[in-house]
Design a binder for this molecule. Structure first.
Ligand code: IPE
Ligand code: IPE
Ligand code: MG
Length: 241
């Protein structure tokens, strides 16, 4: 959060674009799916690291609205991996105080997967140690478009006057309405682009791009980036004294 002296400040909310699974596998002569499997192990490690590091909110980009363009076998493999992951991690997430949320359009997802998602959400509503948000079939343009439609409907019902609409009104219709904006967005694998992730919410986020591929991204890499964040000065448009 904003602070006069940002040194040693821990970001309250870290969002991660977990990229580089495919390249990690290809470099080893393995199928791309093996990279995704290795990446899932890192998810577990980073989730566990957050409470120790003082991070309260973690958002992970797991599957984008554009990722359907990949080979059918890769998409099916990713979806199966997600199901396996949710099944195997549910008990630990529940007992270790992690509140889980999913953002994105659930309609095209397999009903079995959606059941696992809603079940995990409802079984962790009382948890507060770490707020984990998984972006699954998420796209920021999609999110903002559906928020604009919902806002238009509220206007049509007479609940909001069109000339009184504020940014906060629109925010109330985003998937992320219950969570704060990310303070820090990390992208692994060396790509320096946002790929339709949290466009609205990251308006004032700090960005960190690392060349490390996601399956190699350890709790130590994470700790180093958090340390570096602590040395940055966030201005939010103002001139600091
Ligand atoms: C990120 O790794 C995981 C998903 C997008 C699901 P990639 O699969 O994009 O890995 P690269 O970019 O091809 O190396
Ligand atoms: C972004 O990575 C999406 C996820 C990490 C889930 P991509 O690999 O899909 O992004 P592009 O295609 O390089 O922009
Ligand atoms: Mg990629």
């Amino acid at each position: 959060m904003a602070a006069k002296d940002n040194r040693q400040v821990v970001p309250e909310h870290v969002a991660i674009i977990m990229d580089g699974n495919g390249r990690w596998a290809t470099r080893r002569g393995l199928a791309r799916l093996r990279g995704h499997q290795a990446g899932a192990t890192r998810v577990r490690e980073i989730v566990r690291a957050c409470p120790d590091q003082g991070v309260r909110y973690l958002t992970l980009f797991a599957f984008s609205t554009e990722n359907w363009r990949r080979a059918r076998s890769e998409v099916a493999g990713l979806m199966a991996l997600l199901r396996r992951y949710l099944k195997s991690e549910a008990a630990e997430l529940i007992t270790s105080g992690v509140r889980v949320r999913f953002i994105g359009d659930r309609r095209p997802l397999n009903p079995g997967l959606v059941r696992l998602m809603t079940d995990l959400e409802s079984r962790t509503t009382q948890n507060d140690r770490l707020h984990l948000t998984v972006a699954l079939n998420y796209g920021a343009r999609d999110e903002i478009t559906q928020a604009a439609v919902a806002l238009a409907e509220a206007i049509r019902r007479g609940e909001i006057a069109p000339d009184a609409v504020t940014a906060t009104d629109l925010e109330g219709f985003l998937y992320t309405r219950a969570i704060p904006d990310p303070d820090l967005v990390i992208r692994t694998s060396g790509e320096k682009r946002v790929s339709n992730f949290l466009l609205w919410q990251s308006a004032y986020s700090e960005y960190e791009f690392t060349k490390v591929l996601w399956p190699d991204f350890s709790a130590n890499h994470f700790a180093d980036i958090l340390l570096n964040y602590g040395a940055r000065e966030r201005r939010f448009g103002a001139v600091l004294p």
